[in-house]
Design a protein around this ligand. Structure first.
Ligand SMILES: C[S@@+](CC[C@H](N)C(=O)[O-])C[C@H]1O[C@@H](n2cnc3c(N)ncnc32)[C@H](O)[C@@H]1O
Length: 319
């Protein structure tokens, strides 16, 4: 069997598998390249050559895992996020491109160095912030899952440049992290329990701890607002990723908790993805820490790539 024949067979097997993938060609190509240790270009160059039987067995094992619903990134062990290769594997949420919006939004408001990423998973948001900020930050990251904490630590050690760093701890939201924080950022579980169960029935394998946000998907976000706002330094920001339709209720929660300068950022598909709000300074209408001069000191510089769009900057009143 040639590489090309293996690819065609693999793709057909994925298309007909118990958990059908929407991208059987792409998945088969990535998995074949992974087991053969070949880049896309090298794989195409080897297309007419015979495939070693041991490689075919390894490819079949990868196809079986994919057909059973495992994400491709769990099988390859790596997922690209903000141009960096994050270690990921069974039991962890695979970083999504949409979440790059959260990092970009956070960098655009960054009011100071004390930053915490809650629900860090692989650590992609924390590592992105620590790496891309124009100056070294004091970045902390927290997750309830011991597997996530270990993986985020390894990703931070491998990816964050010297002189910068991320401290990863086990914590139920902010319980172990009293602050004060200049920035609290989070991509918490925000699917409803029903949506989570539907996805698991459809073959999703990512853990419900990473997906399930309760009856309306907002249980963790409600707790984050209640526990996070008191831990913000004056002028500090809270930013959360969520689903577009959850935006009005999240803004209402933010406003009720006293946050101002409420903002919404859209992802690349134009979906409202990130909601942010700032704690005002007690004695000032206008907070010097978020003045242009201060933000320029901490905010993005030069080559930072901006994909996300600030959709709105509103003053929303609590109902
Ligand atoms: C949607 S995933 C986000 C992972 C990562 N930040 C990302 O964007 O890829 C949510 C994460 O929250 C963690 N988590 C769930 N409940 C938590 C809690 N009460 N406290 C801390 N982390 C929690 C899960 O283990 C999971 O890693």
């Amino acid at each position: 069997m040639t590489f090309r024949e293996a690819f065609v067979t693999g793709s057909a097997r994925l298309a007909a598998g118990p958990v059908a993938t929407e991208t059987p060609d792409l998945d088969a190509r990535v998995l074949l390249g992974h087991v053969a240790g070949l880049s896309h270009a090298s794989l195409l160059a080897r297309w007419p050559e015979a495939l070693d039987p041991a490689l075919w067995l390894a490819f079949e094992a990868a196809l079986d895992r994919r057909s059973a619903g495992e994400p491709v990134a769990w099988i390859t062990g790596v997922k690209e996020f903000l141009g960096m290769d994050f270690e990921v594997g069974p039991g962890l949420l695979v970083p999504r491109a949409d979440t790059e919006t959260l990092v970009e939004a956070a960098l655009s408001v960054l009011p100071g160095p004390r930053v915490v990423d809650v629900c860090t998973g692989t650590g992609c948001v924390a590592v992105g912030l620590a790496t891309l900020a124009p100056r070294p930050l004091e970045v902390w990251a927290a997750d309830l899952s011991p597997l996530a904490v270990e993986t985020a630590r390894r990703n931070a050690e491998r990816l964050v440049p010297p002189g910068r760093g991320v401290t990863v701890v086990a914590s139920d939201l902010l319980t172990a992290l009293p602050g004060p924080w200049d920035l609290v950022v989070s991509n918490p579980p925000y699917l409803t329990t029903e949506e989570t169960e539907d996805r698991i029935r459809a073959g999703w394998r990512e853990p419900s701890l990473a997906l399930d946000g309760g009856d309306d998907g907002l249980a963790l976000i409600r707790r984050l607002v209640a526990e996070g706002v008191p831990r913000l330094a004056p002028g500090g920001w809270l930013l959360v990723e969520a689903a577009g339709p959850q935006r009005p209720e999240i803004q209402r929660l933010f406003a009720s908790a006293g946050l101002v300068d409420l903002r919404v950022w859209a992802d690349l598909a134009g979906v409202e993805r990130v909601v942010g709000g700032r704690l005002p300074s007690p004695s000032q209408n206008r907070n010097p820490r978020t003045d242009e001069s201060f933000r320029t000191a901490w905010g993005p510089r030069g080559s930072m790539r901006y994909n996300s769009r600030l959709l709105s900057s509103t003053s929303v009143k609590a109902r």
